[in-house]
Design a protein around this ligand. Structure first.
Ligand SMILES: C[S@@+](CC[C@H](N)C(=O)[O-])C[C@H]1O[C@@H](n2cnc3c(N)ncnc32)[C@H](O)[C@@H]1O
Length: 201
């Protein structure tokens, strides 16, 4: 079996994220995770939220690691990863009551973030929610000096990466039939933004 990859940050943030998901996903039966990364969040949330089915996904390059975590966990409500690059996928053959994604919007280029919102808008059921965890800027300003440094380090690696403005994400959500309904403050200057699919959109 391939070695299980480890992203230490998931261990630090999963409990606080769970507290939000317990409320936001209370009535959800199916959740799509975009950019599952190592698969650690998928295992933790699927175990803690046994009332729903968690569909992991990521680009193929991460699948061996995600599968290693999933195989080891043996959870019936956690599905093997979909091969999902948001830039290559117009539409999915399934709908979901909720979508979760962590630390993806600042890694994806802005065109890819646009694709992610289009995909989420097309696969969420009516009144379904999209919970996006990560650092965001608000009113054109960084939320902390550490986020400003983080943004500079991302851009030094790849000019297309960077912390996104919440207002830009709200506009993408609106263009795809979703409205922001909540914003949770998280430790380490992160947030969870929650957009809800509009009725009849
Ligand atoms: C910083 S990692 C976050 C992983 C995990 N969600 C976490 O919080 O530990 C960013 C993730 O975004 C994924 N990603 C980047 N571009 C993507 C794209 N175009 N489509 C789907 N996933 C993408 C990467 O493969 C990676 O898993």
């Amino acid at each position: 079996m391939p070695e299980k990859p480890n992203a230490p940050a998931t261990g630090r943030n999963q409990e606080v994220i769970l507290q939000v998901l317990q409320d936001e996903f209370l009535d959800a039966k199916s959740v799509l995770e975009i950019g599952s990364g190592t698969g650690q969040h998928a295992v933790f949330f699927a175990r803690e939220l046994p009332h729903l089915v968690w569909q992991s996904s990521d680009r193929k390059i991460n699948h061996d690691g995600i599968k290693a975590w999933i195989d080891d966990a043996g959870l019936e409500n956690l599905l093997l990863p979909l091969a999902l690059d948001v830039e290559d996928t117009e539409k999915l053959n399934a709908t979901f009551d909720a979508v979760f994604s962590a630390n993806t919007a600042h890694i994806m280029s802005f065109p890819a973030v646009k694709c992610m919102f289009r995909l989420v808008g097309s696969c969420l059921t009516e009144a379904g929610v999209f919970c996006l965890y990560g650092p965001f800027n608000q009113d054109g300003a960084f939320s902390s000096p550490s986020n400003e440094k983080f943004d500079a380090s991302l851009k030094a690696q790849d000019g297309s990466m960077g912390i996104r403005d919440l207002e830009d994400l709200d506009a993408l959500a609106e263009a795809n039939g979703m409205t922001r309904v909540r914003l949770y403050a998280m430790p380490a200057n992160n947030n969870i933004a929650v957009w809800q699919k509009d009725h009849n959109s």
